[in-house]
Every structure is written in structure tokens, then in C-alpha cells.
Design a protein around this ligand. Sequence first.
Ligand SMILES: [Zn+2]
Length: 179
Amino acid sequence: MNCAYCGFYDSKVIDSRDVNDGIRRRRQCLSCGSRFTTYERMQPSSLFIIKKDGRREEFNRDKVLTGIRKACEKRPLPIGSVDKLASDIEAELYQLGKVEIPSAVIGDMVMAGLKKLDHVAYIRFASVYRDFADITALKQAVDTLVDSDSEISRPAGQLPLLPTEQLKGLAKSKRRNRR
Ligand SMILES: [Zn+2]
């Protein structure tokens, strides 16, 4: 791995430790002396994702992570929770023991994970993932949240989601935009 600061090709490992499902290495560039961290993880046998249009694509953890990050942008989440969700989903996928998995399965896993993590991120992801193709589905997702909010399922320390009225307004304005 090249140094992120000067681009030099070689570095020495100054510390390494096991973290969850991989190894974290603290490195020092042999040219400029900058320190940086690399993570090494097991790459189990290939896993392919069957996309909506039927094409197959090798599973890419970064893509999942990017999707989750986008949904969680500017949300007050604990450091590492986004990465942890991506790792959990990756682990869950491999545990299924299948070679091919429909992309919808991953989407549902992300939805389920975000629902527990942050309701705003959940709605954001749902709106992109479901593509608002079906406004009823979005409304149902929102309604489910509002319902479950009245129970005790809200993650600890999380502020309430938008008031119900605002959500209804949101659904309405989306509908208008469609026309
Ligand atoms: Zn360097």
C-alpha cells in the first residue's frame, strides 16, 4: 500500500492487532515518516449479487458502505456505527452460505439495520432504495415507524423522528413532484 501522504511504496508495521473480523495495522512510511492505519480482512469465497435486471456482480462491501454512509450523512451517530452495520451485513450475507444473492436481500438487510440505528437515515435509504416507485410503500414505511415509535422501540438517545404531520406533508409533496 502506497503512503497516503507522499505516495512512497513501502512502509513498516509499527503495531498490529486483531479487530473483530480482521487485522488493524499501524504503519509508518519509510520515506516521509507519516503514520497511517490499514485494515486487513478475510475475503471469503466470492459472493455474487443478482441485480434487479438479472445481471450478476461480485459483492462489494464498499458499495454497501457507501449507500449506508449516504443515508446517514450528518446524522448524529456514534463513530464506527456505520462501518459496523456494513460489516454486520457482510457477515450475515456470507453466513447465508450462498454463492448468489438477490440485491433485494441486501437492501432489506440495510433497511432493517438502519431502522434500528436511525430513523431519518432509514427513511432516506428507503426513499432511494424503493425509488418512490410506489408512494404507498413509502407511506407504509413511514406509518410503520410512527406506529413503532409509540412503542418502546426507539433506539436509546435518539431524538424523535419528524412529527407525524411533517411526515405526512413530506409524502404529499413527493406525490406532487411525481405529477
Ligand atoms: Zn510517505
